[in-house]
Each structure stands twice: as structure tokens, then as C-alpha cells.
Unconditional design. Structure first.
Length: 462
């Protein structure tokens, strides 16, 4: 097999060339992970987010076949006990060529934890069938590799979804622009996998540009361009080695709490004021929130009491559990303040000066520290990420480190760092100190690459 010229170990794909049939072309697509600089979990509330597409990426090679099944093989190390090859009969996935409904797809693809990783890829076929009317009459073989660390808050799942969707669209002559590609991949994660994510991960994997921050207003997915860092600054990520700390809150429960708060706010405000917020919690201003609404929204609330009074939250991908008690006040406050922080962050990045002065760098860093603290107040911090942020703060501007924050869904994962250009040595030193202090490995993530649209599709002849 001709090697793709991408930053994935192509020899690993070559070694598995026998997975494909000779004489049938193979479509190969690539999508990067992302470093969530600002915005994070506020995306589902309509916030502006700033995301850097990473150098680490997923690559998916896809070939049509006359087999009566879809076969997926992963070369990336799966979870302990996970199967490395999954086969799904066409008759179960698309009886008569028509994709099963989303509930059936989730039961078929995501119920078994040993096979659940394949839902991120095979789910793309279901979504294309449901949303684009694509007939699924031929089998498919998918070979997958990825250098994006899984379950670390850098969007390994979106990288898989976007690369798979791009490759499968090429096989089936389906044309999607970057925005539609991302939105359909979000449906894979929400409706097939069953994870209540926002759209920022898929948009970055699809539409990101190398060495630029993707600016996305999540109302629901308004791409506002790509923002460059000022000269003299760079971004790094450090993996805390924590997949999800058990003492941390659940991302889904924090999202439910935010939508509970939104529902309460709209009733308190009345229809005229609520209309001004245009359906998104992030459009409530910090001054409105602190000026009276904060005291009226409960810090915690039982699910049953909420449902009795308000009936539902209006969120299409989560449900309130009547037997559960939810944090509401802080999950509601976070996106209100985060949207304001991200807008200020972008304005500072784009300020008309020839070079960033020290005061601007300090302000950028402070906004990151504020965002990190707000994650913690929601219950989405972790001992590891808090320790990394504390190490960065202690080293400080004298060492060229200006700010740090937890990324993605929280409760572990990767910390993003804003640093003076040429700071790799001190970033490595922070990672080594963290390893000595905690006994956990700490991988440094750097570099950037284009999203799937910029990379395009390569055709290989096995």
C-alpha cells in the first residue's frame, strides 16, 4: 500500500495491507485531536470557544466490499479487554439498505464496552443513512490508527468520527462541507454513542487550520474564523495521566445542571428578556447574572422537584433523573462567565499591537486561571490537573509560563499551557516534576495540523 504523507506511522498501515482486498481502491482520511484553549464545557450553552487542532491525529482507511458486513480493525491500543476487530452484519445495521433508527443503532453498537469504540466509526454510516438518505447495500472494511491520547480531554473520539465520516463519504460519493461534516459527526456521538457532547470537538477536527485557533460561536456552530497567537507566544498540553478521577463530577450531570438553570432563568426573566438571550445560556451577561439571578437559582436541586415544576430542560440529548440531586448554581454560572472570558481572550489576542506586551500576556493567563477555577467549582477538576496548574503558576512569567487550565470535559485529562515561544525545556521540566510528585506519567503534547477538510482524502491502491 502506498504510504500516506501524514504524521501517523504509515508503516503500521502498510503492515496491515492484507486487511484490504486487492483491486479495490482505499479512501484514507485524517482528522486531528484538539487542545481546548478556552470555552470547553460552555459549548453546549452557546459560548464562543477557541480550539487548537493538534498534530496528533486519527487516520481511517476505508474500502467498499461485497461482504455482508462492516469490519473495523484498530491499530491503536484499545481499553483493557476491548476487542481490536469488530464485525457488524449489514442485515442488523441496515436491513434492506435502510439504516436502523438511532435507538437500535446505539443498542447494536454501543452497549458492549468491549466493542463500543467501533460505534464512533460505524455510527457514521448510520447517520449518513438517516440524515442523507444514503443506501447501505455494500459491506465496508475500516482500518483505524490514532496518535490522539484516548480519554484525556483532547477529543480522540471526534478525531475518529470525523476521519471515518470523511473516508466513508468519499467511498459513497457524498459531498459535505466542513460545518455539515462536523454536525453529522456530533450526531454520531450524541445519538449513536450516547455521549452528550457539544460540537466544538468535531468542528475543530473538521475545520481547524494549522497553528491557528478555531473561533467557534456554538449557537449552534458559527465558525468565526481562525485566530493566530501573537508573536512570541506558544501553546502546549500536558497529559495528567488521569482518565477520569472518580471523585470528580460527571460531565453529563454538569450539563444537565446547566440546562436546569437555563430553564429556571427563562421563567424568572419572562418572555421578553428570555427572547433577548436567543435560546442560549451564554448570552446571559455576567452583570445580569450577578445582579439578581444568581441568588434566585438554587445551588442544588432534586431531579424530581425540578421535573414536577418545570417538566423538562429543553435539552435534546440529556434527561433529568428524578432520583438524582444536581448541582445547578455553578453549572449555570460557568458558561455565563466563560463566554465573557473567551470574548475577552480573543480581543486581547487580536489587539492591534506589533508585539504582545507583558501586561497582555498576564491578562491572557489570568483568564485561563479563572476558567480552570470555574471548572473546579463545577466539580470537574482533578487532583492531577490542579497540581499541574499549580506548578505552572509557581514557575510563572519569570519562567515564561503565563497561564494554564484543564481542558475538555474535565475530571482529569490534559492541561493547556500558554507560554513564551521556545519554552519546551521548562514545559518538559514541569512534566518531570509532576511525575516525581504524583508517580503518574505526563506526556507533553505540542504541534498543530490542519483539520480533515484541509487534509482532504487520499486514494490508495492496495
Amino acid at each position: 500500500m502506498t504510504s500516506p504523507v501524514w504524521r501517523v506511522d504509515a508503516s503500521r498501515l502498510d503492515a496491515h495491507a492484507g486487511f484490504f482486498r486487492a483491486g479495490e481502491r482505499v479512501a484514507v482520511a485524517r482528522a486531528p485531536g484538539r487542545l481546548d484553549l478556552m470555552g470547553g464545557i460552555a459549548d453546549y450553552s452557546g459560548s464562543l470557544v477557541l480550539e487548537l487542532p493538534l498534530d496528533a491525529a486519527a487516520i481511517v482507511a476505508a474500502q467498499a466490499s461485497d461482504e455482508d458486513r462492516v469490519t473495523v480493525r484498530t491499530l491503536a491500543v484499545p481499553d483493557a479487554g476491548a476487542e481490536t476487530e469488530v464485525t457488524v452484519p449489514l442485515a442488523a445495521l441496515a436491513p434492506g439498505g435502510l439504516a436502523v433508527d438511532y435507538d437500535a443503532a446505539r443498542a447494536l453498537l454501543a452497549a458492549d464496552p468491549r466493542r463500543r469504540w467501533a460505534a464512533y466509526l460505524v455510527g457514521a454510516l448510520v447517520v449518513l443513512g438517516r440524515e442523507r438518505g444514503m443506501q447501505i447495500t455494500r459491506g465496508v472494511r475500516l482500518l483505524v490508527d490514532s496518535t490522539v491520547p484516548p480519554a484525556k480531554g483532547v477529543s480522540s473520539s471526534a478525531a475518529l468520527e470525523v476521519a471515518a465520516m470523511q473516508a466513508l463519504c468519499a467511498l459513497h460519493d457524498v459531498t459535505l462541507d466542513g460545518r455539515e461534516l462536523a454536525l453529522l459527526c456530533q450526531r454520531v456521538e450524541n445519538l449513536v454513542v450516547g455521549a452528550p457532547c457539544g460540537v466544538m470537538d468535531q468542528m475543530t477536527a473538521a475545520c481547524g487550520r494549522r497553528d491557528r485557533l478555531l473561533a467557534l460561536l456554538c449557537q449552534p456552530a458559527e465558525l468565526q474564523g481562525h485566530v493566530a497567537l501573537p508573536p512570541g507566544l506558544e501553546l502546549w498540553g500536558i497529559d495528567s495521566g488521569i482518565r477520569h478521577e472518580v471523585s470528580g463530577a460527571d460531565y453529563g450531570s454538569v450539563r444537565v445542571g446547566a440546562f436546569m438553570g437555563w430553564r429556571i432563568l427563562t421563567e424568572l426573566a419572562g418572555p421578553e428578556t428570555a427572547a433577548r438571550w436567543r435560546g442560549h445560556l451564554a448570552n446571559v451577561t455576567p452583570s445580569e447574572w450577578e445582579g439578581g439571578y444568581r441568588e434566585a437559582v438554587p445551588e442544588i436541586m432534586e431531579g424530581a422537584a425540578f421535573l414536577e415544576r418545570y417538566h423538562d430542560t429543553g435539552d435534546s440529548v440529556t434527561r433529568v433523573d428524578p432520583a438524582r440531586t444536581y448541582a445547578v448554581g455553578q453549572p449555570t454560572a460557568h458558561p455565563i462567565h466563560e463566554h465573557h472570558r473567551v470574548r475577552l481572550f480573543r480581543a486581547l489576542l487580536e489587539a492591534e499591537t506589533s508585539a504582545p506586551d507583558e501586561e497582555r500576556r498576564l491578562l491572557l493567563g489570568e483568564l485561563m486561571y479563572q476558567s480552570h477555577a470555574s471548572y473546579g467549582a463545577c466539580g470537574l477538576g482533578s487532583s492531577g490537573t490542579d497540581h499541574l496548574v499549580a506548578l505552572v503558576r509557581a514557575a510563572g512569567p519569570a519562567a515564561g509560563l503565563y497561564g494554564a487550565k484543564i481542558t475538555g470535559g474535565g475530571s482529569g485529562g490534559v492541561v493547556a499551557l500558554l507560554a513564551r515561544a521556545g519554552s519546551r525545556e521548562i514545559v518538559d521540566a514541569i512534566a518531570r516534576r509532576y511525575e516525581r510528585d504524583t508517580g503518574r506519567g505526563a506526556t507533553v503534547l505540542g504541534g498543530s495540523s490542519d483539520g480533515a477538510i484541509g487534509s482532504g482524502v487520499r486514494w490508495l491502491d492496495p
